[in-house]
Design a protein around this ligand. Structure first.
Ligand code: MG
Length: 123
């Protein structure tokens, strides 16, 4: 399983990667903003994308919107891991095809343990 993490915080990326690698047989790629994430998604095929909302250059929403429009990504789970919690933002997320929305701070171990449920969404 190939997972893409997109977040401008290297601390968060490290923590999330550590827990993902512990919890799953996976290869994790990292991007620090939406533009980088989009480029990686174009040149690779990921099975799961977890993205931050607020990032420089391109937000997680703008990135997800573009990724969702790619034919090879219309069934791939995309999750938002963000400090944003407003219903309006969540609704926007839903409209662009975000499958799950988790508000930071979150206990990373717990978050990762919930991911198999996310995969069920798309089965
Ligand atoms: Mg951020």
């Amino acid at each position: 399983m190939k997972i893409l993490i997109v977040d401008d915080s290297s601390v968060l990326r490290d923590e999330l990667r550590t827990h993902l690698e512990k919890g799953f047989d996976c290869i994790v790629s990292e991007a620090q903003d939406g533009k980088e994430g989009l480029a990686l998604a174009k040149s690779n095929q990921y099975d799961l994308i977890i993205t931050d909302f607020n990032m420089p250059v391109m937000s997680g929403i703008d990135m997800a919107k573009q990724i969702r429009q790619m034919e090879n990504y219309n069934q791939i789970p995309i999750g938002m891991l963000t400090t944003e919690s407003s219903p309006l933002m969540r609704e926007t997320g839903k409209q662009v095809g975000i499958d799950f929305w988790i508000v930071k701070p979150v206990e990373m171990k717990k978050f990762v343990s919930l991911l198999p449920k996310v995969f069920d969404i798309r089965k």
